[in-house]
Design a protein around this ligand. Sequence first.
Ligand SMILES: N[C@@H](CCC(=O)N[C@@H](CS)C(=O)NCC(=O)O)C(=O)O
Length: 237
Amino acid sequence: MIDVHFVPTPNGHKVTIMLEELGLPYRLIPYDMLKGDHLAPDYRRVNPNGRLPAIVDDEPIGGGPPFAVMESGAILLYLSEKAGGAFMPADPRRRSLAHQWLMWQMAGLGPMHGQAHHFIRYAPEGQDYGVARYTNEARRLLAVLERRLGQAEHLAEEYSVADMAAWPWVRATRAIALSLEPYANISRWFAAVGDRPAVQRGTEVKNAPNLGSQRPVLTPEEWSNLFGENMLKSSEA
Ligand SMILES: N[C@@H](CCC(=O)N[C@@H](CS)C(=O)NCC(=O)O)C(=O)O
């Protein structure tokens, strides 16, 4: 059994999509980030970075005691290896493309779109510089994705972990008021990947409080748990 420490966000859905694709049994452990569940010292034993998602595999690759994996991209690679290289191209060039686009998602699409979500939805209003900076970067990355998907059906030519990593972040662009309409290639890919039953099952998973797509109104305690003193204190403790 694989425990998934989970919130229903794009990073969480990458993992549930992959587990659904693989048909591996898993148990969701839902977290309420507004309440600060993820700040509990016990969770540091699962994820030293204190963020979600993370998994604990009680039948790990190579045997031995239960093994924890943090970082959604590393979790996809771990699960692929556990399943004998599933959703990782056998051809070396394609495999490198899967690595490249997975790293691009982890270092670019996710963090930059994440900052756009922060400035548009969570930061005190009136932060025009931050909104413009990260909206531009979010759009730049969509333009990169659009060009890539004009060259190939999927990021690594065949469906792979790279698509599973990027797809939930593209899905979340609606929460930052970016339409996919100008992006014909992304729209084609987004619909095709979204038609996969495992992707649908993986993103229906929401038995944890969803932070939603509206601008949330946070109490001072909730703000502190997500972005402020409580979050810092738990890391420095
Ligand atoms: N690079 C990490 C990012 C994880 C991340 O930032 N997760 C968010 C939820 S999607 C989180 O834990 N936020 C809580 C916090 O920022 O304290 C990954 O891909 O797993």
